[in-house]
Design a protein around this ligand. Structure first.
Ligand code: SF4
Ligand code: SF4
Length: 57
C-alpha cells in the first residue's frame, strides 16, 4: 500500500514533498508524484496537503 496524489486536486504547492520523511515524493515538470517503492504509508504528506489531494491507494 502506498499513498497517491490526485492530480486533479493538486495545486503544485510542494508542501507534501517537503513533509515526507523519506523523500518519496518528487516533482517533474510541475507534476508531483509518490514513489510507491519508497512510501512507508505514514500519512504525513496527506496531513500537509491543503487540497486534501493525497490519500491511501
Ligand atoms: S505517506 Fe509518508 S512516506 Fe508515503 S509519501 Fe506520504 S509522507 Fe512520504
Ligand atoms: S501538498 Fe497537495 S496540493 Fe501541494 S503539491 Fe502536494 S499534493 Fe499537490
Amino acid at each position: 500500500m502506498a499513498y497517491v496524489i490526485d492530480q486533479d486536486s493538486c495545486i503544485q504547492c510542494g508542501e507534501c514533498m517537503n513533509s515526507c520523511p523519506v523523500g518519496a515524493i518528487s516533482e517533474e515538470d510541475g507534476k508531483f508524484s509518490i514513489n510507491p517503492d519508497e512510501c512507508l504509508s505514514c500519512g504525513v504528506c496527506a496531513g500537509s496537503c491543503p487540497q486534501e489531494a493525497i490519500s491511501e491507494e
